[in-house]
Design a protein around this ligand. Structure first.
Ligand code: 5AD
Length: 338
């Protein structure tokens, strides 16, 4: 049983042997509850327009330096078909909060991906109404990712001035009720974030009984109000990942691009202390450099096929395999693929 006090202690731990033990324990829990197969999710960042103005994010609407793009539905479908041909079983459709794509449009896109390509579909387009989530779910979307970013309501308001903390959690509630496999997550090392608030984030992951948990370091973007702020630290990301794995046991946890951007070995390190998922970037090359949530994002140059083989090599070097199934939630046996 991990109390808040115990979690804070672990986050503050400096003894290297104790930290190694924590990571080893997390790796064992990952192996027991999520297995050795690494799941690949092909990420398609289809629009970088965003109606929000989050202080940390390079896609914020006030960032006039961002070169904006939108992919049209046929282009997204073609890219997903390409993902399938590379052996991906899941695509993640991600964008800024862009009302250009109505729920109807997203729903018909999802339906094509399910019916024509047989892919598992994850949607990550931010906050929408209950009705919109319903339309997209009824079109066949399997999963939805919506990070709560931080449990600290004061920090949330300061960083997301045009969002509401309670609304964010209400959205997560709706998504669950609609039968989505639900993913959430946070950023580690946000300016003003305390160890206590990180411990609350971890306990919130546990309380929400999430199917997927994505977390990564905050990385300061020069064209945002948080330019010049310190980045999150890899060590803290590893600790948060490890404790999250231990307390949540069977959630799917990606080694995120942000971890790989902060540290060239970041994703490998995260995979060794709790993570079991990689999300290769399958956004068409010409757009990728413009989806700059944070600077110096990795995998800007690689072709999707290269991203796939990099992921395979990474898993193999860690003595792990690549999963052959769609990698549905580990929480609900009936959702698992044969
Ligand atoms: N550094 C790291 N992660 C960020 N995100 C947004 N901006 C940054 C940043 N500057 C994360 C948020 C968001 C996800 C898509 O990217 O957690 O939910």
């Amino acid at each position: 049983m991990y109390t808040k006090r115990r979690i804070v202690e672990l986050l503050k731990e400096t003894d290297e042997a104790a930290i190694r033990d924590l990571f080893r324990h997390a790796d064992e829990v990952r192996k027991e509850f999520a297995g050795d197969a690494v799941h690949l999710r092909g990420l398609i960042e289809f629009s970088n327009y965003c109606r929000r103005d989050c202080l940390y994010c390079g896609l914020r609407r006030s960032n006039g330096k961002a070169v904006r793009y939108r992919m049209e539905v046929p282009e997204i479908l073609a890219q997903a078909a390409y993902a399938k041909s590379l052996g991906f079983h899941t695509v993640v459709l991600q964008s800024g909060e862009d009302p250009y794509y109505t729920a109807k449009v997203l729903g018909s896109l999802v339906r094509r991906l399910k019916e024509d390509l047989g892919l598992a579909v994850t949607v990550s387009v931010g906050e929408r109404t209950y009705e919109e989530y319903k339309t997209i779910r009824e079109a066949g979307a399997d999963r939805y990712l919506l990070r709560f970013e931080t449990t600290d309501p004061v920090l949330f308001k300061a960083l997301k001035p045009d969002s509401h903390h309670a609304k964010r959690f209400l959205c997560l509630d709706w998504l669950r009720k609609l039968g989505y496999q639900v993913g959430s997550g946070n950023m580690v090392g946000l300016p003003g974030q305390s160890m206590e608030s990180l411990a609350d984030d971890i306990l919130k992951f546990q309380e929400l009984d999430l199917d997927m948990i994505g977390l990564g370091p905050f990385i300061s973007h020069p064209d945002t109000p948080l330019a010049g702020c310190a980045n999150g630290s890899m060590n803290m990301v590893l600790k948060v990942t490890a404790i999250t794995r231990i307390v949540t046991r069977n959630a799917h946890m990606p080694a995120t691009t942000a971890s790989g951007t902060l540290d060239p070995e970041g994703r490998q390190k995260v995979l060794r202390c709790g993570a079991n998922v990689l999300m290769p970037n399958l956004t068409p090359r010409q757009y990728r450099e413009h989806y700059l949530i944070y600077p110096d994002k990795i995998c800007i140059e690689e072709e999707p096929a290269q991203c796939r083989s990099d992921a395979e090599n990474m898993a193999a070097a860690l003595g792990r395999t690549i999963a052959a199934d769609a990698g549905h939630s580990l929480k609900m046996a009936h959702l698992q693929q044969p």
